[in-house]
Design a protein around this ligand. Structure first.
Ligand code: PLP
Length: 396
């Protein structure tokens, strides 16, 4: 393997489903000197982030947008700490690896976790959620923690169906959506869909380096946090609810990340969110077309079983155990300059994943698909014609 700092000709295409490529405008915006915290530019950056984030969450001015120096795991913990006290219960609908991980966080913190069953390659079973909530006659479950797009399987669940399931069960649980993999890639519509809390992170559709965890909290959820007896400090939403930047961040704000995020949100705004979402759908369609072509040889396939649930952000491709996924990724990265992700959790060694979220365009996506197809053919994996299908999908 070549020295990681040595120059490669051209650019390596980054198609992990996070961290995703960073636009030059964002890199430049972060390359600034520190400022004193009374400098109005600091507050201006924070305000730009809050306003831009409200647009991608699909929420109004009443929703509190909180930013943490953290990754997605950090904001998972903050959700647990603010919405359920130790010994209280939450419901985590099964989606696969990411739901399992969130449930583990809650259990490690002493919360009771009710899980609903899941089938690999399928979305959240809203019926099972409604049944679990109806069984909870005492209304002990404080919240439903739902992963919108499970990044391990590339399956996106229906948040509207989940809201309906909670309402049909006449249960007061809050609905919390993990949109880490879908935020700024497709409409989240927090208010219209009745989501009480939505979480995100900087390094995926938001096109920034890792390091900012984001939580949008509506009034109902904020009131629940105020009433929540869980001991907490850094993760507390209530203590951060103020105008001072030092208070909002429980200490010094992460200046470069804020400047970068403000620049990324300005790019999304300039392109237009509807155009951003349409671009994600179009590019995902090209990847899905390529996988359909590869699958014709009978060896590879989609992890996501229902076409309508296939994510606009990431596609997980199942491979038989005899194919070495690590070798496939290494060959793709080092020889064909396409960096991808492997399988996670139960899918480790049984899948690889192509990210198509964030700062991507037609040429990036076609390059990635061609690089993957070169890799598969070099390894002797039987595949049908993927690249032609992708070209046809994009050429319309
Ligand atoms: C990436 C991801 C996470 C975890 O984020 P980290 O920043 O890696 O901690 C959580 N949920 C989903 C859906 C993700 O895609």
């Amino acid at each position: 393997m070549s020295d990681p700092t040595s120059r490669i000709p051209g650019r390596r295409l980054l198609h992990a489903p996070g961290p995703s490529p960073i636009p030059d405008e964002v890199l430049h915006a972060m390359n600034v000197q520190n400022m004193d915290l009374a400098d109005p530019r600091v507050d201006a950056s924070i305000a730009a982030c809050e306003t831009g984030l409200r647009a991608v969450f699909g929420t109004g001015a009443a929703t509190r947008v909180l930013m943490f120096i953290a990754n997605g795991h950090g904001v998972w913990e903050s959700v647990v700490q603010n919405l359920a006290a130790p010994g209280e219960a939450v419901l985590v609908p099964g989606t696969g690896h990411f739901a399992d991980q969130w449930a583990r966080v809650a259990e490690a913190l002493g919360r009771v976790v009710v899980r609903t069953p899941w089938r690999e390659g399928f979305p959240i079973d809203a019926e099972a959620v409604a049944a679990a909530l109806r069984d909870d006659r005492a209304h002990a479950i404080r919240a439903v923690f739902a992963v919108h797009t499970d990044t391990a399987s590339g399956v996106t669940s229906d948040l509207v169906a989940l809201r309906r399931a909670i309402d049909d069960a006449r249960h007061p649980a809050l609905l919390v959506a993990d949109a880490v993999a879908s935020l700024a890639c497709e409409p989240i519509e927090m208010d219209a869909r009745g989501l009480d809390v939505v979480i995100g992170a900087s390094q995926k559709g938001l096109m920034c380096p890792p390091g900012l965890g984001i939580v949008a909290v509506n009034d109902r959820a904020f009131a629940a946090a105020q009433a929540c007896a869980a001991p907490r400090f850094y993760w507390d939403w209530v203590a951060r609810d103020g105008a001072m930047n030092y208070q909002k961040f429980c200490g010094t704000p992460p200046l470069p990340l804020l400047h970068g995020l403000a620049a990324a949100l300005a790019l999304l705004q300039a392109e237009g969110l509807d155009a951003v979402y349409a671009r994600h759908r179009r590019l995902a369609g090209a990847v899905h077309a390529a996988v359909e072509g590869w699958a014709e040889a009978g060896t590879l396939g989609f992890v996501a079983q229902e076409p309508a649930t296939r994510s606009v952000s990431v596609t997980a491709i199942s491979v038989p155990e005899r194919i070495d996924v690590d070798a496939l990724r290494t060959l793709a990265r080092e020889r064909f300059q396409v960096a991808m992700a492997g399988g996670l959790g139960a899918l480790r060694g049984r899948a690889f994943r192509i990210g198509h979220l964030g700062d991507q365009n037609e040429a990036n996506i076609l390059g990635a698909i061609a690089g993957v197809e070169c890799t598969l053919r070099t390894m002797g994996v039987p595949v049908g014609d993927g690249i032609r299908r992708a070209v046809r999908a994009l050429a319309g």
